[in-house]
Design a protein around this ligand. Structure first.
Ligand code: ATP
Ligand code: MN
Length: 447
């Protein structure tokens, strides 16, 4: 059998009939009768299967029994025009070999139980389903498109560290990184953990964002982007939060908030409004609105009888229900919120003249809420130092960052785009756990 070279199913399905071929793959289904078996074979090269037609007279009964859903199979035969509908060609099998058996009693992907919730519990196998095969391919295509986009714009892809000693972002709780023996933690004279004995000689964590280092890159080569994993130990059991997610963070020197907003980025069985929603986003300019105006809109909505679970008043951070009201009900298009109260945003955002708001910028999308968080950064050394002091942050670990304002400070801006939130939008999936192959959420780090 091996003298013939294997052809991928994607290529076979596009081939002219009349040749002898060798295909390998996993059995999706087997049906038929005493005379003939029809086997749907998939090798991952395409979401489509090729049909194998096996005349039972040519094959051992034992072999045919072993051809079950999930088993891997090598098939030699004649590529012929298909008589059935649904495919142009099929393989008339002459030789078959089971490469790996699959116990049909134990195989976790049974026809009957394929809810997305169930599939999460078998995430090691769910990539073999059509749904996750499609998500995985879209994820791959999107990652490639993002790199291509920034590459063509002249941005430098900067690799920022995952382990960091700065806990200053305020973006969320951090996962600590340590090699200390948790059963025997060294303490200093005051009874605090003695991190000088830890691996890095300091308290370290997994990063919540590559931005601070990204700014170092932008103030050297002009325009950079990061694209890597970020970690947040926030106990948010929502359909939009992961403990480990991927973020794209462009950072641009000589960009103010307006330039930042102008940087243009980018129906299936789960969501038939998908195409319409995508066209809604791609075709029209986003609605720009200040935080203060948005509060007024929401307060008016409440006065008119709209019910929210969480209260709204000037100074609170919006919940996703508020964000979605603005996008889906009030404006009916994506919204760019700007000029937030400084107390709900990070220390590095550029302070407005009013003394109480900062040049932040969140982009809100239909069904998802916040998809991008960004800002113009505070370029003034004096203002930045004052803010760090006001917030009672430790300067010690931040001197390197403050140096960007000390040595040739420039106006600059950037944002973070959550890759999985973008994928929610593009795929139409409803839960963020279903757009990453192996989701990490509170109490879940399996696989
Ligand atoms: P949220 O209010 O939704 O928790 P955030 O304000 O914490 O978001 P940022 O710190 O601005 O978000 O992060 C930038 C982007 O990263 C967000 O706009 C979002 O797309 C994404 N993001 C943030 N936290 C998570 C998370 N836990 N899981 C997945 N994506 C996230
Ligand atoms: Mn958050």
């Amino acid at each position: 059998m091996e003298t013939l070279k294997r052809t991928k199913i994607k290529a076979l399905l596009a081939s002219e009939p009349g040749v002898e071929v060798l295909a390998k793959g996993w059995v999706r289904t087997k049906r038929g009768n005493k005379q003939v078996k029809f086997i749907a074979l998939n090798d991952g090269s395409t979401i489509n299967n090729i049909q194998i037609v096996a005349n039972t007279e040519l094959f051992d009964e034992e072999l045919l029994k072993r051809i079950t859903t999930g088993a891997s199979l090598s098939v030699k035969g004649q590529l012929v025009a298909s008589m059935g509908s649904g495919q142009a060609v099929e393989i008339q099998a002459t030789e078959m070999e089971v490469l790996g058996d699959c116990d049909p009693m134990r195989f976790p992907l049974q026809k009957k139980d394929t809810t997305l919730e169930y599939l999460r519990s078998v995430a090691h196998m769910r990539l073999r389903t059509n749904t996750f095969g499609a998500v995985l391919r879209i994820r791959n295509a999107m990652a490639f498109a993002i790199h291509k986009f920034f590459n063509e714009k002249g941005f430098v892809y900067l690799h920022t560290p995952l382990i960091t000693e700065s806990d200053a972002e305020g973006a969320g709780d951090m996962f600590q990184v340590t090699t200390l023996d948790l059963k025997n933690i060294p303490l200093d004279k005051k009874g605090n953990v003695d991190f000088s004995r830890d691996f890095f000689g300091k308290k370290t964590s997994l990063t919540v964002s590559g931005q601070l280092e990204g700014e170092l890159g932008a103030t050297a080569v002009g325009e950079i982007y990061t694209f890597g994993p970020t970690f947040r130990a926030e106990n948010s059991n929502t359909p939009r939060h992961l403990a480990e997610f991927w973020m794209i963070e462009p950072e641009m020197a000589f960009y103010d908030l307006q330039d930042n907003m102008d940087l243009k980025f980018l129906n299936d069985k789960y969501d038939d409004g998908l195409i319409e929603r995508m066209q809604g986003v791609l075709g029209i300019p986003f609605q720009k609105v200040t935080y203060t105006e948005a509060v007024e809109i929401l307060e008016k909505a409440i006065a008119d009888g709209v019910k929210f679970e969480y209260p709204v008043h000037w100074g609170t951070d919006f919940q996703s229900e508020h964000e979605r009201y603005l996008v889906e009900k009030h404006f009916g298009k994506p919204v760019i919120l700007i000029d937030f109260p400084k107390d709900i945003k990070a220390f590095y955002m550029k302070q407005n003249e009013d003394g109480r708001t900062v040049r932040g910028m969140d982009v809100l999308f239909p069904k998802i809420g916040e998809i991008i968080g960004g800002s113009e950064r505070e370029a003034s050394l004096e203002k930045l130092e004052k803010r760090i002091e006001e917030l009672g942050m430790s300067r010690k670990n931040l001197e390197w960052y403050i140096d960007t304002r000390r040595y040739g400070s420039v106006p600059h801006s950037g944002f973070g785009l959550g890759f999985e939130r973008l994928l929610l939008f593009v795929t139409g999936m409803a839960n963020i756990r279903d757009v990453i192959p192996f989701p990490r959420t509170p109490k879940n780090a399996e696989f």
